[in-house]
Design a protein around this ligand. Structure first.
Ligand code: GRF
Length: 222
């Protein structure tokens, strides 16, 4: 099977990036990460990329103060590297409309809640888990979805739920949800790379079915 070419966009610690790298290195995903791009210079995700011999660059407000130029640079790199799939793995910046249009159904994002709950404007990082706890829902989880022009509104690829415990704090909940993210994101990338994701309107059909439990993609990442 030929390998797809991936760009991973990050802003932070990069544990989701690590989950994808690990599964590619284990030979479970027919893909190669061409480039890791961060909009934060000090993102630990950049260090993770370096350790695995993956090219990484910073494209942010310090080297590209002009937003238009920043987006142009980003688009140029994606084009030059002939990227098939863009992964937003904790990327804290809105992608420019032209890129979304050009890579329709080829950009995926991981969100730490069960979309359409606790998502959209302002729901990122720990704000998501705080809102979950304040609302008092009994279930939350993680969602991988394709990116469209809205905030967390694109077609859902995979979801998995986790119970909210009475003694949960923002930190404990974030940690449990992150474990799900590390399972779901590589699985979604694998399904994409194998050409098994069929987008029909809002719905994503998975060719051949799938079973999250059987992937062995649940692992502990620090
Ligand atoms: C994750 O919770 C992800 O869902 C959110 O940002 C966090 C990124 O974590 N969008 P990491 O950088 O992958 O460790």
């Amino acid at each position: 099977m030929s390998k797809i070419r991936i760009a991973v966009l990050v802003s932070g610690g990069g544990t989701n990036l690590q989950a994808v790298i690990d599964q590619i290195e284990r030979g479970n995903i027919p893909a190669v990460i061409e480039m890791v791009i961060s909009n934060r210079k000090d993102a630990y995700a950049l260090e993770r990329a370096r350790r695995h011999g993956i090219e990484s660059i910073y494209i942010g407000s310090k080297n590209f103060p002009n937003l238009k130029e920043r987006n142009y640079r980003l688009e140029k790199i994606l084009e030059e590297r002939k990227i098939d799939l863009i992964i937003l793995a904790g990327y804290m910046q809105i992608l420019e409309g032209h890129i979304i249009e050009k890579y329709r159904n080829r950009i995926i994002n991981i969100h730490p809640s069960l979309i359409p709950s606790f998502c959209g404007q302002g729901f990122y990082g720990e704000y998501v888990h705080r809102a979950v706890l304040e609302y008092g829902v009994k279930l939350t989880g993680a969602t991988v979805h394709f990116v469209d022009e809205g905030a967390d509104t694109g077609p859902v690829i995979l979801q998995k739920a986790v119970e909210v415990q009475e003694e949960d704090t923002v930190e404990s909940l974030a940690k449990r949800v992150l474990t799900l993210e590390h399972e779901l994101l590589p699985l979604a990338v694998k399904l994409f790379a194998e050409g098994r994701l069929m987008v029909e309107g809002r719905k994503v059909r998975i060719k051949g079915g799938y079973s999250i439990g059987e992937t062995g993609f649940n692992q502990c990442i620090r």
